[in-house]
Design a protein around this ligand. Structure first.
Ligand code: HSE
Length: 412
């Protein structure tokens, strides 16, 4: 019999508790022994809930219990999740987590402690919800390098953007719906402003590079400014808008970003809708691999945690996926992209002449969505630094109101 504990009885923690009990017979058969929940930590009480007999308000009841061999941390946030995870590892317990904030900041220390104490620190559920991505990535990296990572890594924003495009739904009401479904973070700005996807990209990049990637150094933009007019102009050329987390790795040059981007609605990432996530890796020999599945939600995330619990018990321990050495990221100024610029005008011909004066005439493509008083155009590819100069000049023009500047996704 393997004994388990769950830290946090929120959406994900209660899913882990429920799934371990629901699949108990199957897990026992496949693992050769049952995984029994012995304790669940939460500050709250849950009168009448099936968790009641297992509930404790004191982490010491878990850390000091030698029978508990695996701990699922589903508390979220840095503290006290970091302290409890570290102490559980030092007490010889495996720890598995969905906590991307903690993994992206302290993953290296936690994995180093796990290796020292001959246990596992696994975090499959921290990226892509139900999608097995960390373990397959580690496996593939044993023999090859990755040159590009690109994906939709946030379920909440993908749900919102899908609803906005398909049902012309409003931003605020769709966000509320996503929160009610248990997709969103406690602080929804982590989703909306792109930081959740940014942390997940930092985790994937850290695995790819074997070094710590500081998420705060990845240029990140959210989706709060996207409107139905952006979708209308994108649709003119068969495109849609997705929050894309991407990185190109060329030798020691690593260029990463998170931003809403325009891409073909029929492309591999363009067709990923609802709360689904997808991530593609480009390898030297294996070429491009796309992994997909439900990126958020109670049971999809709990499913990934429970798989990690079983994996930890079966595996024992492993080499840390990355060290505390920090990977250098390229300066964002040098990144080259094409943008779709949407603006309002008072006189169409005059505004076009102004755009041509500022952005040139070569390779500039106009889009007409039939919206009164609005126009959009695609720039030629240019470095961020050059784009910043030109767009600031355009914004200063009296007859033009720049509304959005969305990048065109150029990856696979
Ligand atoms: N808020 C996250 C998302 C949850 O929407 O993807 C899963 O990490």
């Amino acid at each position: 019999m393997a004994y388990a504990a769950v830290l946090g009885y929120g959406v994900v923690g209660s899913g882990v508790f429920g799934l371990l009990r629901q699949n108990a017979a199957l897990i026992e058969k496949r693992m050769g022994e049952p995984i029994a929940v012995k304790r669940v930590l939460d500050l709250r009480s849950f009168p009448g809930d099936s968790v009641e007999p297992f509930l404790t308000h004191d982490a010491e009841d878990i850390i000091n219990d030698a029978e508990i061999g695996v701990v699922a941390e589903a508390m979220g946030g840095l503290n006290p999740a970091y302290e409890y995870s570290m102490r559980a590892l030092r007490a010889g317990k495996h720890v598995v987590t969905s906590n991307k904030e903690l993994v992206s900041v302290h993953g290296a220390e936690l994995m180093a402690a796990a290796a020292e104490y001959n246990v596992c620190y696994l975090f499959e559920a921290s990226v892509g919800g139900a999608i097995p991505v960390i373990q397959p990535l580690k496996h593939m990296l044993l023999t090859e390098s990755v040159s590009q990572v690109a994906g939709i890594l946030n379920g909440t924003t993908n749900y919102i953007l899908t609803q906005m495009r398909e049902h012309d739904a409003g931003f605020a009401e769709t966000l509320k719906d996503a929160q009610d479904r248990g997709y969103a973070e406690r602080d929804p700005s982590a989703d909306i402003d792109g930081f959740d996807a940014c942390r997940k990209l930092a985790i994937l990049l850290s695995v790819c590079l074997g070094k710590y990637v500081n998420y705060s150094k990845i240029p990140t933009e959210g989706i709060a400014g996207i409107t139905s007019d952006d979708f209308a102009f994108a649709a003119v050329s068969g495109n849609t808008i997705k929050l894309i987390a991407r990185a190109d790795i060329k030798g020691s040059a690593v260029e990463a970003s998170v931003a809403p981007m325009i891409l073909s609605k029929d492309s591999r990432l363009g067709v990923v809708g609802d709360v689904y996530n997808a991530v593609s890796f480009t390898f030297d020999a294996k070429d491009n691999i796309l992994l997909g599945g439900r990126g958020a939600g109670k049971y999809p995330t709990a499913g990934a945690i429970v798989s990690d619990m079983a994996e930890a018990l079966r595996r024992g321990c492993e080499t840390p996926a990355w060290t505390r050495d920090e990977a250098a990221l390229s300066a964002p100024d040098e990144v080259i992209s094409t943008r779709m610029i949407r603006y309002t005008f008072t006189e169409q011909q005059k505004s076009r002449a102004t755009v041509h004066r500022v952005f040139g005439t070569e390779d500039l493509i106009w889009a007409n969505a039939g919206i009164l008083g609005q126009a959009a155009f695609f720039t030629r590819p240019m470095k961020e630094r050059e784009f910043a100069c030109r767009i600031n000049l355009l914004k200063s023009m009296p007859d033009i109101g720049v509304k959005s500047t969305l990048r065109l996704y150029a990856g696979r």
